[in-house]
Design a binder for this molecule. Structure first.
Ligand SMILES: Nc1nc2c(c(=O)[nH]1)N[C@H]1C(S)=C(S)[C@@H](COP(=O)(O)O)O[C@H]1N2
Ligand SMILES: [Mo]
Length: 362
């Protein structure tokens, strides 16, 4: 398999390379191994010599600065943050089952993975450059060129400056203790915990402090939640909701959907994820068409910025079963029940209750 990934990865696209983590690999534990971490790319992976990489910080700053990797490592203290990345298109397949979404990848629940990221705090770099704290947006640029953007262009995005000043946002050069692999943005990427994956720009080479959000295609047009009746052919930049904060979500990881399991107890496991400063408060599981619910056991959370794995032991009779899981967050919000109510033209934020079907042998 390319890029050192597991052969079990579910490859959604070969060029550019897009691969989903298998449920079984995510179920292994709260940290995802690098070889199992999902990959989402809009263009070819650039081959960047770490010694030649440069990061320019400019825009509304007192001291526009260009850093080498060595300068970034030497001038700023190093921090670790364990954070889950989740693509806004995670679980899109559930929306495609409602109505077709042409031209988009049919992600299951594995466009989500968790790693320990190591690097400099973005806020420290902003202080060094003398960023204007009153200004509202921070735009990221990268060199990878997307042929499918309209018009074709390099990848970029932005975040509100209020988030950029938060300690958890990193310019990361390591992942799970290893140098950041090229496919995940090496030598250096942005990691914006709690925000959709698209804001964690890989191979970042320019950061600009601005009054307006980035006008890059992936900020102004893509990664926006349009109303169900919007027409993609006439959608204007800035239309719909800009996706930033991750929405409350959950998925079942084991058994696999469609599994055949022996009689006796069945352990069902999964993940639940809450956005920004909310936590996962509870996960309910039903095996009787949502008539009754039992609470799953939540595993410890490695940081405020990660999913929580959960598990429950069910005693199922021989035959066919549908298992449903749903999460509640610390604001007592519950996931929406049905994907049909969430359908949108680009297929983002499917956070409907999770289902699998399984058969217990007699
Ligand atoms: N430069 C660049 N950064 C990028 C992307 C990209 O295509 N180019 N994809 C984004 C999206 S949509 C996601 S979900 C995450 C995925 O990160 P990963 O490939 O390391 O899992 O990277 C984001 N950063
Ligand atoms: Mo994404």
């Amino acid at each position: 398999m390319v890029w050192g990934k597991l052969p079990e990865m579910i490859v959604r696209e070969v060029d550019p390379f897009n691969a989903e983590s298998p449920r079984s690999a995510l179920a292994q534990g709260p940290l995802t191994a690098i070889e199992a971490f999902y990959v989402r790319s809009h263009g070819p992976v650039p081959n960047i010599d770490p010694a030649a990489w440069r990061l320019t910080v400019d825009g509304l700053v007192e001291r526009p600065t260009t850093f080498t990797l060595a300068q970034l490592r030497d001038q700023f203290s190093q921090h670790d943050v364990v954070a889950t990345l989740q693509c806004a298109g995670n679980r899109r397949a559930g929306l495609m089952a409602v109505r077709d979404i042409p031209g988009e990848l049919p992600w299951g629940p594995g466009a989500t993975s968790t790693a320990q990221w190591t690097g400099a705090r973005l806020c420290d770099v902003l202080v060094a450059a003398g960023a204007d704290p009153q200004v509202e947006h921070l735009a990221f640029e990268a060199p990878d060129f997307s042929r499918t953007a309209s018009p074709p262009q390099a990848f970029g995005s932005s975040i509100p400056l209020a988030k950029a000043w938060c300690e958890e946002v990193l310019l990361a050069w390591a992942m799970n203790g290893a140098p950041l692999p090229a496919v995940h943005g090496g030598p250096v990427r942005v990691v914006v915990p709690g925000y959709i994956g698209a804001r964690s720009v890989k191979w970042v080479n320019r950061i600009s402090v601005r009054h307006e959000p980035s006008d890059n295609y992936y900020q102004a047009l893509d990664y926006r939640l349009l109303p169900a009746d919007a027409d993609l052919n006439t959608a204007r930049p800035g239309e719909g909701l800009s996706l930033g904060l991750i929405a409350l979500n959950s998925a079942i990881l084991s058994p696999d959907d469609g599994a055949i399991v022996p009689p006796g107890p069945t352990t069902v496991t999964g993940y639940a994820m809450a956005g920004d400063d909310r936590g996962v408060a509870r996960v309910d599981v039903s095996c009787d068409a949502d008539d009754s619910w039992r609470q799953a056991q939540l595993e410890a959370q490695l940081s405020p910025w990660t999913w929580r794995l959960w598990s429950i032991e069910l005693h199922l009779s021989p035959g066919h079963h549908q298992i449903t899981a749903r999460a509640w967050d610390t604001a007592a919000a519950l996931q929406p029940e049905r994907a049909a109510h969430l359908w949108n033209p680009r297929g983002y934020v499917n956070n409907a209750w999770a289902n699998i079907h399984l058969t217990v042998t007699g």
